[in-house]
Design a protein around this ligand. Sequence first.
Ligand code: FE2
Length: 278
Amino acid sequence: MKVFKEINVPLEHREITLANKAKWFTWSDEMLALSEKIETEAKRHGPPDAISFKTIDKGKTYSVNLKRLDTSFCKTILQISDCIGKIKMRDELHFYNDMIGDNLSSEAFQFLIACIRADLSTRKGDEMGALYPPLSTASTNNTFPIHCDFYFPVHLWNIFDEVPEGNQGMSLLLPVDVLLNKIIKQIPNFPRDKETHIRNLFKGKVVNNDHAYYDLFSMLHGRENWWAEDIETAIEKHVLSIKLNRGQGYMVNDRKWLHGRGFTADAVTIKRLHRLLF
Ligand SMILES: [Fe+2]
């Protein structure tokens, strides 16, 4: 089974992705042949369940009870999730196109991702081993500076759905390597202990994702730090900005890439994007 196939860079993104040697993918022909079946099963099932974790307060993930699925469809889901579970990303940046839209409705995409999440977490024997967390919404005129999510699983697959028109709400991406070895190094007198602390966040296994997330976020963007402006200027110089539209998205290793959202005048709705962590 092949879930994705490589495609040419969409015209509107040619300039930016050539420079970064990123690959673009879309659904494979096998997946496209299954789309009608996925739509039917999604309609039959209804929206995925939003389940809470026992281990983390306020943590939620969308999921599907696979036992409720038709046996042959369930087998197909297991094949798809087996393929996705085998993906190993290190420094690569993968973009996606046409994942939602004419090929697959938002509802069917959500249902599919929730099914994949259910199977991958079962395979890992860990309810946090694969996640499809609901997005945090935001009111008008906001940005979300670059950060790492630091969820337990390292692969982050974001596919956009309800995005504002025009060049607002750009996706921001920055290699961790650039942050550690260029940006921080460029700031004269950046405190050595803070640098070590940031480096250590990327080493070893995350034991408390919330803690690591806030730790990095406050060190990079906390206005109380004297280096906040310097770091902001340096980030602007190195960050890759790309406007991803409905059905487009990216997959990265969350410990190798920081991500964020550029300014958007429109509110961020819960359907802005769907994300799978595995
Ligand atoms: Fe994030």
